[in-house]
Write a protein that binds this ligand. Structure first.
Ligand code: ZN
Length: 293
């Protein structure tokens, strides 16, 4: 049945490993306490069902995000005057980024058909790639000397760090990190004997023999496209407000301690919701590309 003895011990090992990494992240101020709890809920299934190779990809995304958020902190603080902790992930952030990787990891385990397993694996990587690309575009784009242009109206400019704003530097970073992540996906894709291990069974990518470079290409492209789509959603359907105190266009309905004025977009769609949607879209793009090529 479902809970075989091996499975229980695997779950315990997985829980222990994720707990250890999560606590380290908490003490390094990468995670808040609720972010840590959310990280356990998301991270344990990814490790136990998705295996070590997928977990390595997840970790690389987390490490990249926290390293990039620490670059140019002083500049970034200027754009974030309300004292929100720069680079610390709370639970909505963890869930928005980790939900699709978690779901696809569970699917990879429970589907028995190798070709279906493989497609979920591609979905996992595509969805993570779009978050890698989005994170690097945001974190590096904020260091640009030029003000971001509004993606759906390139003649107008928006504040650095705000959703829907794009800079050349940020876009280049998003493409570069998509390619690097695609390369990492290729490296852990079960062909390299050093990384060919998982907690349960072996990587579904083994079924894609002969298509190793396709994975690199597919993941790189879906990352960049997913991040582009993220900016598009941020510019269009994400809720925008005007602060009644400081007068800035803001993304939260409360700013400077006061209820902000509604401007545009859908009220309940915030930045986390946008990341959640574009993570799904990144995965779908990867699956479609992989099936077409
Ligand atoms: Zn304000």
């Amino acid at each position: 049945m479902f809970l075989e003895p091996l499975y229980v011990s695997t779950l315990l090992y997985g829980f222990g490993i994720v707990c250890l990494i999560g606590l380290t992240a908490f003490y390094l101020n990468v995670l808040t306490l609720d972010g840590f709890v959310a990280g356990l809920i998301v991270g344990v299934p990814i490790l136990v069902f998705g295996g070590f190779d997928n977990f390595i990809l997840l970790l690389s995304f987390l490490i990249l995000g926290s390293v990039l958020s620490r670059i140019g902190r002083d500049i970034k603080r200027l754009y974030n005057p309300i004292g929100e902790k720069v680079g610390t992930r709370a639970w909505p952030n963890v869930v928005a980024n980790g939900f699709w990787p978690m779901i696809s990891s569970v699917m990879i385990y429970f589907f028995k058909d190798p070709s279906v397993k493989l497609l979920w694996e591609i979905f996992f990587m595509g969805s993570l790639a779009s978050m890698v690309a989005d994170t690097s575009a945001t974190e590096i784009g904020m260091l640009s000397r030029h003000k971001p242009r509004f993606i759906i109206d390139p003649d107008s400019y928006v504040e650095p760090g705000s959703s829907g704003g794009v800079t050349l530097l940020g876009s280049l970073a998003s493409i570069l990190f998509s390619i690097l992540f695609g390369f990492l996906a290729y490296l852990v894709s079960g062909f390299n004997p050093l990384t060919r291990f998982t907690l349960i069974g072996f990587s579904p990518l083994i079924y894609s023999k002969g298509r190793e470079y396709v994975i690199l290409f597919v993941i790189a492209v879906s990352g960049a496209l997913g991040s582009f789509f993220d900016s598009f959603l941020g510019a269009s359907i994400q809720g925008k407000y005007k602060c009644v105190v400081c007068g800035n266009v803001v993304e939260s309905h409360i700013h400077c301690g006061k209820e902000s004025m509604y401007l545009s977009g859908v009220r309940f769609i915030d930045n986390h919701m946008v990341n959640f949607i574009s993570g799904f879209v990144g995965g779908v793009i990867a699956v479609i590309l992989f099936s077409l090529i």
